[in-house]
Ligand binder design. Sequence first.
Ligand code: FMN
Length: 308
Amino acid sequence: MSQRPDLPAAWALDVPVLNAPMGGVAGGRLAAAVSAAGGLGMIGNGSSSTAEALQVQLALLGDMDRFGIGLIDWVLRKEPMLWRAALDASPVALSVSFGTDFGWVSEARSVGAVTITQVFDVDGACRAQDAGVDVVVARGLEGGGHGEPHRTRTQLLPDVIAAVDKPVLAAGGISTANDVRAALRAGAAGVWIGTAFAACPEALTTAGQRATMIAASGTDTVLTRAVDTALGYPWSPQHPSRVIANEFSRRWTGREEALAADASARAELREAMAADDTRVVPVDAGMGVGAIEAARPAAEVVDALMRS
Ligand SMILES: Cc1cc2nc3c(=O)[nH]c(=O)nc-3n(C[C@H](O)[C@H](O)[C@H](O)COP(=O)(O)O)c2cc1C
């Protein structure tokens, strides 16, 4: 077998762990903590992010200059100032996911950032490679938040590794040292982990969201478009999000058209968001959520993931 490409030396990693750029969850404090623990911390920008919101999180990095920034393709196009702010921040990595236009790659490279995108099938991996993306994330359907739920991580990862000559990060449901070992043994250059970091005290999650994640088991998650529909976000139907199922997701998943026409249900969701009521507001999480037993600091999570 040919030698697998390594992750970029510029990331100066002690451990091959990146926290996923979770919008509204992975801010500057979490990114700094993951980088301080020897991984690479990523600041996420979600569906409602703006340049100002990114600046607030950048300020929370403190002295940490080893960090990445992640964006969502349609948000980048809607918020050109956000993209500008991301470029101006001189991140060592820039990820853009959920799009097919890779025009951003050359701009990201021009500021010295290593480029990353998430892929969900082999075709997507080849398109990313052809577009010059430096690092590919093979994201299985177990993953939390948005994705294209085609195949499990263990099905997808070897096929993506075989298809591209770029370093591949494994993602989706990685929450234990066993998961990390299995991904590295399968040829992944590292791991891209969201849910396992979402309950850290350094994350932007609320107390209610953390408690819901700690109480959930891995079989409690569901794919839904209900939240995006209620909030009016223009996600394409091929990108549902994985959340911890609750009253709201059970009532509206598969009935998104009715939800779009129901102003009182949409208002109920917004009010519940303001009140941190996770009986109504579904919490984004992947199938690895069952392994979260407490709100542990990011350094402890990294340690536990890398335990041999
Ligand atoms: C709370 C949450 C928010 C997320 N937000 C984003 C985002 O803004 N941009 C993005 O590219 N991916 C986002 N993701 C998806 C992650 O990049 C990644 O695919 C996923 O977290 C991997 O699966 P895991 O959560 O099981 O580790 C999010 C995931 C979670 C759990």
